[in-house]
Design a protein around this ligand. Structure first.
Ligand code: ZN
Length: 150
């Protein structure tokens, strides 16, 4: 008597559903797109962790939530293709909503932080670089951030 979950049966069922699913050209293209985005995202995050790189600026800080919603979107997309979604949901509705929410969060939260950084009051003895808007010492003739002459 076998105990536990029959994984080989589950795998066979999954394989059967995958073979029976109908993939359009759009589905194949989007599948490749998701795979490339997610794999490069994972590689990027592993690299930044291993290299101990402090992700700089609002862009990197809000990149992870965007990556997370992309991953969830892919799960819905793939699930709809192979098994179908409950409640009559369609991947053409739920994926754009999820991706839109992730992108909106990325853009709004990112620009709020960006604006807050830019509107910070400047301390005595400092000025703002006219080229890149970084806060630099008043005395410098070349911006240490962008390297341009002032
Ligand atoms: Zn500069």
């Amino acid at each position: 008597m076998r105990r536990g979950v029959d994984y080989s049966g589950m795998f066979r069922y999954f394989q059967q559903r995958l073979e029976q699913s109908h993939w359009s050209h759009l589905d194949s293209a989007i599948n490749i797109f998701f795979a490339v985005v997610l794999i490069s995202g994972i590689v990027f995050f592993i690299f930044t962790q291993m290299a101990n790189v402090e992700p700089r600026g609002a862009f990197s800080r809000y990149l992870f939530p965007l990556f997370f919603t992309t991953g969830i979107s892919y799960l819905f997309w793939f699930n709809d293709l192979v098994f179908g979604l409950p409640f009559g949901w369609s991947r053409y509705q739920i994926v754009p909503v999820l991706m839109g929410a992730g992108l909106a969060y990325f853009l709004i939260a990112g620009s709020v932080t960006f604006w807050q950084e830019k509107s910070k009051p400047i301390a005595e003895g400092y000025k703002r670089c006219p080229k890149c808007k970084a806060i630099i010492l008043k005395l410098v003739v070349e911006c240490p951030e962008c390297g341009k002459k002032i």
